[in-house]
Design a protein around this ligand. Structure first.
Ligand code: PHE
Length: 347
């Protein structure tokens, strides 16, 4: 017997390593030769040789398969372990790629700012931590004033230079005093005015439900000049709302109370969805209470060094979330911060 199986094994495995198609090793002339030799053997040799040769072939098959698997894997792109996989699919597959977009509230905030900018208002930012001086004192809520309790203000454990707790602002009116001071010099120019809007984030310790969130957005408006009156306030707000909703609207003004405006009003607009007939958006009222506003209190002007005998002004504070909810008929304010992609992708 001239064929040694150990030699044949090393020959075949060396050939396997060198081949591009691992399976081609089965066509090896040395392997064929070994099989062809079987009938020439004596019956005793034949059975052991045949069995050992088949054993070698099995080993060879396993080696072929593992080389084939390695070659297939080498063709795959590298695995991105951070890629979002839909693990509920079987087999799990990559989630479709979607490019990101601005949050709906940010888009609407930009639209709102744009409308006011076209009306001549400067757009400013508010703060996310402020002091009680700007939240209350400069807005004519002296210490101990009962109306302070109307704002469910979050207090922090940090204190300012006067030892008073810093707060998370409960309204954008915290910026009134700063804006009056910053733009006061405008009043000295001919026909000068202060015209500022502040669209920004506010915080309240609310009981959460479909209409109340602890974090939401307001747009504050401030306008001061000589001879400003409540008619201008109403016209400005009506113009803004009609532009925002792109339709004619009726407005309703009811007396209200804020320490920093006198007179103060609650401003409602006719429901843009039912033309005052009553529907689910307006809770069957036909009107939607939208914002607080009024003529800036003389004490607020005085504290910023503006003479109320010479200048008058109006201010308003409007909830942006509510405006947007009405525009898109969003039924629950909590969707905005819920982080659900199904909601966000609609905008
Ligand atoms: N800051 C008031 C609020 O959030 C709204 C307001 C602003 C009222 C400006 C009058 C003038 O309730």
């Amino acid at each position: 017997m001239s064929i040694k199986l150990t030699d044949l094994k090393s020959t075949l495995f060396a050939q396997l390593e060198a081949l591009e198609q691992p399976r081609d090793v089965l066509k090896s002339p040395q392997l064929k030769e070994a099989y062809a030799a079987i009938p020439t053997l004596s019956p005793g040799e034949r059975s052991t040789f045949g069995r050992d040769l088949n054993g070698l072939k099995k080993e060879l098959m396993l080696a072929i398969e593992s080389r084939e698997t390695l070659m297939q894997q080498a063709d795959l792109p590298p695995i991105d372990v951070t890629a979002p996989w839909d693990v509920n699919k079987s087999p799990a597959s990559l989630l479709p790629v979607n490019s990101g977009s601005l949050h709906p509230l940010m888009k609407e905030k930009a639209r709102i700012s744009d409308i006011f900018a076209r009306m001549g208002f400067v757009v400013e930012e508010s703060r996310e931590i402020d002091d009680q001086l700007h939240m209350f004192e400069t807005l004519n809520f002296p210490k101990g004033h009962p109306a302070r309790d109307d704002y469910d203000t979050f207090m922090t454990t940090q204190v300012d230079a006067n030892g008073e707790a810093l707060i998370a602002p409960a309204h954008t009116s915290t910026m009134q005093h700063r804006m009056l001071k910053k733009y006061k010099s405008n009043l000295e120019t001919k026909n000068g005015s202060i015209a500022v809007v502040v669209p920004d984030r506010v915080f309240r310790n609310e009981d959460l439900d479909a209409r109340h969130e602890h974090t939401f957005y307001q747009v504050e408006g401030i306008f001061v000049a000589k001879g400003v009156h409540a008619g201008m306030l109403i016209a400005t707000l009506k113009e803004f709302l009609q532009t925002y909703y792109a339709q004619e609207l009726d407005v309703r003004v009811n007396p209200f109370y804020f320490p920093f405006t006198e007179p103060s009003f609650e401003f409602a607009l006719s429901c843009p969805f039912c033309e005052k007939k009553g529907c689910s958006v307006c809770s069957q009222e036909g009107w939607i209470e939208l914002l607080g506003c009024g003529m800036i209190h003389p004490n607020v002007l005085k504290s910023a060094g503006i003479d109320p005998a010479e200048y008058t002004g109006f201010a308003f504070g409007c909830g942006i979330d509510r405006l947007v909810m009405m525009k898109y008929q969003i039924e629950d304010i909590r969707h905005f911060h819920g982080g659900k992609l199904n909601f966000l992708r609609q905008f």
